[in-house]
Design a protein around this ligand. Structure first.
Ligand SMILES: [Zn+2]
Length: 269
């Protein structure tokens, strides 16, 4: 399959309206394209209203604990300066709860990411009634020290907040790259008015050159060709060096393209 052509270059710009709901009044805050917790530094200036910020922060906060060992190992500071150790909590063989501070070097299983099953359904045209399995992608510590401890508490991450965060990264990057020349399909998902993510977020469709981003997360926006002409694809790679996952996002359409607008589409189960 070769429905993807050139990557669109990145460009930081001042937005002066909320990229999620379009609000231009009220207080607008700067919006990180990749969350700070994932090492992102590029931001869109005056690009999120208070209400939307609350919603995007909610999806990101779910990911905090998941990212903790990875962040520490990679030396990502995040918003607050933290200790260099990670607090492991668990239940020992005798059934007692314990909590222990360990160095991230010593943790074997660093994180478990959801594998979102299949490419975005907007691309494959699969029906919402067709079910799929969600597997998990474990990221192991390459260090020998990593055999000392294991983390079992990261399996609880739900695919919905995760898909929301991936969608948010692509949506924000598309605004940086394309400005007002596209229509995003992702705002209902990001703004919590739609919970059905498999239409938009999924696993990768084919290998592509890696985009830019933080050293740990990369995001690229692609213009599709062939039968998906006019459609925009976002790709997010997480912790590539450690064998982390790659996600594809059917994020929107270029204005003036033949792809049908999704605005006002009814949501059916
Ligand atoms: Zn807003």
């Amino acid at each position: 399959m070769s429905d993807v052509v050139a990557a669109i270059p990145r460009d930081r710009r001042s937005i002066d309206r909320c990229i999620y709901c379009g609000a231009t009044d009220g207080q607008l805050t700067d919006e990180h394209i990749i969350p700070e917790a994932l090492g992102g530094t590029a931001r869109l200036v005056r690009a999120s209203c208070k209400d939307c910020q609350t919603k995007t922060a909610r999806a990101e906060s779910v990911l905090g604990p998941l990212m903790e060992p990875l962040r520490r190992l990679a030396g990502i500071e995040g918003k607050k300066k933290r200790k260099s150790t990670v607090r492991l909590k668990g239940i020992d063989p005798a059934g007692r709860h314990y909590s222990q501070d360990v160095s991230p070097d010593e943790i074997g299983l660093l994180a478990v990411f959801p594998q979102l099953g299949e490419p975005p359904r907007l691309l494959t045209k699969r029906n919402r009634t067709e079910t799929f399995d969600i597997d998990f992608i474990p990221l192991f510590n390459p260090s020998k020290l990593g055999r000392k401890h294991s983390v079992g508490s990261f399996m609880n991450i739900g695919p919905l907040p995760f898909a929301r965060m991936i969608a948010k990264i692509c949506h924000a990057q598309a605004h940086a790259s394309l400005g007002n020349t596209f229509e995003s399909f992702l705002t209902p998902l990001i703004r919590e008015s739609d919970d059905y993510w498999p239409d938009f977020v999924g696993s990768s469709i084919e290998p592509l050159p890696i985009g830019e981003g933080s050293p740990f997360v990369s995001v690229s926006i692609y213009r599709m060709s062939g039968r998906h002409q006019g459609l925009l694809l976002g790709r997010v790679c997480l912790f590539q060096d450690l064998g982390g996952p790659t996600y594809d996002v059917a994020l929107g359409r270029e204005l003036g393209s033949q792809i049908q607008s999704l605005q006002g589409q009814s949501v059916e189960d």
